[in-house]
Each structure stands twice: as structure tokens, then as C-alpha cells.
Design a protein around this ligand. Sequence first.
Ligand SMILES: [Mn+2]
Length: 454
Amino acid sequence: MQRYTFFSAVLFLSYATFLSGGTVLPAKGQERLADQTPKTDERLRKDLVERRERVFAQMEDDSILIVRGNHSKGHLRGIFRQFDNFYYLTGINDPGGVVLLKKAAGETSSRLYFPRQNKEKILWDAQTLGVDGARQVSAIDDTRDEVSFQREFEPLLENVKTVYYDSEENHDEFGERLEGLALSLKPASRIVHSLRRVKTAYEVDLIRRAAMISCEGHKELMRSAKPGLNEFELQAILEYVFRFNGAQDTGYSSIVGSGPNSCILHWSRNDRYTRNNEVVLVDAGAEYKNYTADVTRTFPVNGKFTERQREIYAIVLKANTEATKLVKPGVSTGEVFAKANDEIFKGLKELGMVETRREVRRFLMHGIGHSVGLNVHDVGGLGVLEEGMVITIEPGIYIANEAIGIRIEDNILVTKDGYENLSINLPRTADEVEDLMKEEGMRFSRYMINNVNK
Ligand SMILES: [Mn+2]
């Protein structure tokens, strides 16, 4: 009854808007929609304050750093996603906003501008934080209505010689106005990205969680796989498990490549029916509270590797394992990745598939790893490993004319004196994969309509 009343009101209001061609405010009784108090996370608030302190430490004297939020009404990947740098500094996932960090005359101060709540927008789109909510989430006391920003902006430049701002990414009226001022303009992202390279303890916990959730999704997919299922059906199982574990999205388009598609590096159409004796390569990561994991496993769709698949798998696994063992602070990522490439070369040479190192490129066309964090290919560069970095190690071998593509990708946290494999919950050896696949998977019979897709 209540739901009926609610929808009638919505329908009535949309019809009224249509008729009047103008603004309709929520009717009496609809205000309760605006009563959802924002969820604040004390650990995040504390972390945000520390992140901003580290930004100040890298800023020159008499400077201001300006980072704008995503103002687009358009939605990234279906649901709104805040720009990573703005999120990193404010913890805000709602549209809009601009954050300003000022360091002048020996003092530092943070200010946030954020759109105030708009009752019509709440009715049509969603509850937004508003100014008070943004203040709570970001832990920036000086949070103001964004309509005042243009008016209040220039006085903020008093005593400022350097402006950190990413004008290339924000090429608009405001960016041009900044460029017109006789101030030194430097990219804000250089500072923010260098900080994002090394994760805080709070960030590590979120990535660990994203990786744990990813592993559960991959496991259920492997248990449920059988020849004849479509790649998108396997994808549905994986992403179902992600969402049931609190991950509202994937960090990137899931890759489910069977048979020949296992050799297509960025395969994402995921629309092929699997066949007996094929491998399936699954590269998919859950996104948990804006942080993503990036995990790949390859398995035989019928539960049993062929001899050929098994010998290729063993080389890739050895490359992954030996490279991972090198991870610790002070070691260069180049060294870690070179180890993986060496093992791939040795393995392919033993099988008589290559003679020289250069030929390895025919079977392994991509790099061995990258950072992960707010972005699946995270920022800040790799270089020498430091405690708190999270990288992927993902060697592979792709033999297109045999339709065998195998990649094993883990997410590795650099610890004080070594590493922690965040995706360790997922079987890695061929035997472990086959054992897992003997377990009972998801039951589809309850809701599958016969002969619809095929
Ligand atoms: Mn990756």
C-alpha cells in the first residue's frame, strides 16, 4: 500500500512536471526522502586529514592546490563515479565539488565547496550529500555552498604565488581564468599521484577486501563452469558474488575469454558459448568502496586440463611464483618483472617454441604488472618498491593457433620486509584448480528457461 502511494506520487509529479514544463517540488510527505543521513566513516575521516597533511608537506610555500570533482551529469560505467583525485582528498562520491588546500604565511587551510541539496534532484536522481553532508564526510570544517565558489575564489589567491591545478583535464572557463592570472601554474596531479602510489593502512584494508571478494567470485565461477555455458553466464555468476559481498561494481569490464578468446588480451564482449576441452581465462576484479582488485585465473572448462594446457600453465605459474618471491621494499619492479619474463623464456625454450628472448613477444605481448588502487591501472608510477604499494604480477602465455591463453594474476602488497599475496584465497596450481572445480557450483535449473538463448 505504502509503495503504491509512493509510486503514484512519483507518477503524478512527473506528469505534473511534463504538463507545466517547469519545476515541481516534492509534495508534502515526500520530504522524508531527504532524511537519509550520510554514512560517515571515522577511519576514512582520519585518513583524509592525514592525506591532506601529506599534500601540504609537498606544496611550495605560498601556494594553493585546487582539485575539482566530477560535475558531469553523465554516469561513468552506469553509476556515478567521482574523480579519483577528488575522492582521495575528500572521500566524497557524489557529483560536483571543488577542494582547495592553501599553504601561505606559514599556515595551512582546507576549504571545500559542494552543491547544496536540491529537492527536485533528490526526487528524480538520488539523495545527495549537500553542504552539511559533504562537511561530515570530508572532515573539512570550512565547507560551503558551491554557488559561492566563483564569487569567493579570487580573494583566496591573496599571498599565493603558485597554483596547483590540472588545467589540461579541466579545460573550461575556470581553467582559462586561472591561466590568465599572473601566477605559476603547476599540475596538482603530480603531488596527489605521488601520494596515491603508496597506500595508507586504511586503503590497504579496502584493497584486501576487494581482493577477497574477487577471489570468492572467481571460485564460484570455477565451481559452476561446464562446457556449453556462455561466457556471459559465467560472468553473471562472478559479478553476482561480487555484489553479494558488498562490491557494488567491478573495477573494470570483466574479461571472460574461452577457447580462442583466451588469447584476446582485452576481450570483453563475453558472448561465446564454451566448448569441451577449452580453457577459460577470467580477468576480473571487484570494486569495494572505490578500490579495485585485479585478479586473473585460467581453468579448463570441463574441470580437467589437457596435457598441453597443463605444461603451459606450469610455466606461467612458475613465472608468477618466482617473480613474487622477489617482492620487498628496495627492489625495483623492473627486477621483479624481468624474473617473470626470464621464466617464461626458459619454459618456452625448453618446449622448443622459441630460440631467443626476442621471440617471447610472440607469446607474451603485455607487461608483467602495474599498481592497483582507486584505479585498476593506478597512478604514481612503479620504480623501486616501497612498503604500502600494491602491484599486480600477471605473466601469461598466449598461443593463438592452439586457442590456449593462460594468465595468472595476483595482487601483491609490499610489506615491511616482504610481501602479502592479497589474492591467495584463490587456487593457483593446476591441481588446486581441478580440485576446486569438483566442488558443487551454483544451481541454475530453478530459473533457467529452456532453449531461449541457444
Ligand atoms: Mn592487471
